[in-house]
Design a protein around this ligand. Structure first.
Ligand code: BDR
Ligand code: CA
Length: 314
């Protein structure tokens, strides 16, 4: 069975690997890619997305640019992790095609309406585009099978001590999605910090005899040095492809149903996810599935096999 998906992203080194994994897998059909501010400006994210799809030979996938900033408040950017371009590191091919003339919300809405079956929205950046879509066209809720997003955490944050970057960048948009009734799955830092690109993983990418393997190894080198400088990690967590792994290889991740909310007003805690794993709010029923454990060996086999086969074809 093939799952139709749209990826809404802010590439970004780990978003880039998520896109390559999705393009490579016959288990998902990538209908469209929409972009958002986040790791860099939305202009840079859009150019990066098109360059990544060009590298993958997937020049027929429509791409549209989305939000330049959040629904409320100041715009946070992650260039301090992903570099000036948002995808610093190895040289990339020139963009092989143009973005759509309409914006991300119109491409999302057109694609949802045109699909014969409900579509899975995979969100690997701030939730702004999907928040806008559900705020302005709530009737499209039934065209969405689920929203699976990388963001939040059951534990620590990264952009602030308690908040993960994507949920910090637009908590109001996530709040709209949580209130919409669409099924939601959260792939937070508690899960993605198990997806470390160790030296062995990077060596296996570098040993591939095609451009995709070499480029991915270069990306991991840049991303790894940021993670070392900012958070003192020995290896970078490759967050975003965990969402795609959940769709392609469901057995690689375990889940727990829980009540999920996001802090909008806290003095220090804006953007922090509240995940009630131990039912401390007895009146709040579970409204999301929370990713808990990752089989890291299985995850890296999936990602590396996908990169190898994509690199050989393109
Ligand atoms: C998230 O923020 C970005 O740095 C990554 O692309 C990922 O989506 C991790 O907090
Ligand atoms: Ca991202």
């Amino acid at each position: 069975m093939t799952t139709p998906i749209i990826i809404d992203c802010d590439p970004g080194h780990d978003d880039a690997v998520a896109l390559l994994l999705a393009v490579s897998s016959p288990a998902v059909e990538l209908l469209a890619v929409t972009t958002c501010f986040g790791n860099c400006s939305v202009e840079d994210a859009t150019r990066n997305a098109i360059q990544i799809l060009t590298l993958a030979g997937a020049t027929d996938i429509p791409v549209a640019a989305g939000a330049a900033g959040p629904l409320n408040g100041a715009t946070a950017l992650g260039n301090y992790v992903h570099g000036v371009s948002g995808l610093d590191g190895p040289p990339m091919p020139d963009p092989g095609f143009e973005p759509q003339s309409g914006d991300a919300v119109s491409l999302l809405s057109r694609t949802l309406r045109a699909s014969a079956e409900p579509v899975t929205l995979v969100v690997t950046g701030p939730m702004t585009n999907v928040g806008r879509l559900l705020r302005d066209t709530p009737e499209l809720t039934e065209r969405i099978r689920e929203v699976i997003f990388m963001g939040g955490s059951t534990e620590r944050g990264n952009h602030t001590p308690t908040a993960e970057f994507n949920t910090y960048a637009d908590p109001e948009a996530l709040d709209i999605v949580l209130a919409s009734g669409v099924p939601v799955r959260m792939v937070g830092l508690n899960l993605t910090h198990q997806a470390l690109a160790t030296q062995d993983v990077v060596d296996r990418m570098a040993a591939m005899t095609h451009e995709i393997g070499k480029v991915c190894a270069g990306w991991m080198g840049f991303f790894g040095s940021s993670y070392h400088r900012v958070w003192d990690f020995d290896a970078p967590p490759v967050h975003d492809p965990c969402t795609i792994a959940a769709l392609i290889d469901p057995g690689s991740i375990t889940w727990c149903p829980a009540f999920l909310a996001v802090e909008l007003d806290g003095t220090w805690t804006r953007g922090t996810t509240i995940v009630d794993l131990h039912q401390r709010y007895p009146d709040q029923a579970p409204n999301a599935q929370i990713a808990m454990t990752l089989d890291a060996e299985r995850y890296w086999s999936l990602v590396l096999d996908a990169l190898e086969s994509l690199g050989r074809q393109s």
